[in-house]
Design a protein around this ligand. Structure first.
Ligand code: DON
Length: 307
């Protein structure tokens, strides 16, 4: 990041710059409980590896983390079984929407990467090998990294479990192919409950600090990921974290990132900082319109990029 720049001033400027972006997207409505969230929300938090914390707007308001949780579930699975994960899931961008079904069929039930829904369901299945309720493991892992107790929004979880027909089709296809081994309903319930974890921008930026700090969490005061794994997680975020818009996202923002249909986006500036942004209106790829613009402006103003 540009030296001498005030992050608080940058956040204030970004909050002004994104104003024209409101109204261009739509909150997720395929999960009924998410459709009712106030579309005008905007929060942003930056945590630096040197201990700085900077926030603006609704940065302390919890929102539905959704697919952002997939990053932490993957981290847990890689810490548990290492490269064996890659016998069940690929690590290539999919070029297809996050809930796409047919690619999975002609690719023999092996998901392209751990961030599309199919890949994340396979990761849930891996975690189910060792624990009964992987969603609680993921919740408490993110909680430990953020220094707070996180909750699962039961109404959002139930709303998604009731309507997860496409995810059930994906899970059934993978069960038939042997990619997942547990009962489909158990995998779906754990996955939907994991996605329904609520978190604020400040908590999320704190929780992701190991990705910026070579695997070390200053909040938990311990090493969470070996350095090589930290770099690999950032590589996966850069290449797969925003699905079929990953190329244009990298072009605009230039940082490893993970989006969620709750409107949150987490971005990492390796060696320097984490940035979490939340605003509910989404583009057609499931990423926050205002959040993406905010990250683009932030990266421009601070001159931060991995590229
Ligand atoms: O499975 C789903 O469709 C949601 N629980 C999560 C999707 C998601 O967040 C995609 N990311 N932008």
């Amino acid at each position: 990041m540009k030296s001498g720049v005030s992050i608080d001033d940058v956040l204030a400027e970004v909050a002004l710059m994104v104003r024209p972006q409101f109204g261009k997207g739509r909150p997720a409505d395929y999960i009924p409980q998410l459709a009712g969230v106030d579309p005008n929300k905007f929060g942003m938090a930056v945590c630096t590896v040197s201990g700085g914390e900077h926030v603006i707007g609704d940065a302390d308001e919890p929102f539905s983390a959704q697919s952002i949780t997939k990053l932490f579930a993957l981290g847990l699975a890689l810490n548990q079984i290492g490269d064996e994960v890659w016998t069940r899931v690929g690590k290539e961008p999919s070029g297809t929407p996050f809930n796409f079904l047919s690619q999975l069929e002609y690719e023999h039930g092996v998901p392209r990467n751990p961030f599309i829904n199919a890949g994340a369901l396979a990761i849930t299945d891996i975690l189910l090998d060792t624990v009964k309720a992987p969603e609680l493991l993921v919740r408490d892992f993110i909680g430990m990294l953020s220094g707070s107790q996180l909750e699962i929004d039961e109404a959002v979880a139930q709303s998604e479990i009731d309507t997860a027909h496409k995810n059930r089709a994906i899970a059934n296809l993978m069960r038939g192919a042997g990619t997942i081994t547990h009962e489909v309903e158990a995998v779906i319930a754990a996955y939907c409950r994991q996605c329904a974890i609520t978190i604020s921008c400040r908590q999320l930026a704190r929780a992701a600090l190991p990705l910026a700090a070579d695997g070390f969490s200053p909040i938990a005061e311990e090493t969470i990921f070996p350095s090589r794994l930290t770099r690999r997680l950032n590589a996966l975020l850069l290449t797969c974290g925003t699905y079929d818009s990953v190329g244009s996202f990298a072009y605009r923002v230039g940082l490893p990132a993970k989006s969620g249909v709750g409107g949150g986006i987490l971005a990492v500036v390796p060696g320097q900082a984490t940035i979490a942004v939340w605003s509910p209106e989404l583009d057609r790829f499931g990423s926050s319109v205002v959040g993406t613009a905010a990250l683009e402006y932030f990266a421009q103003l601070t001159n931060c990029s991995v590229l």
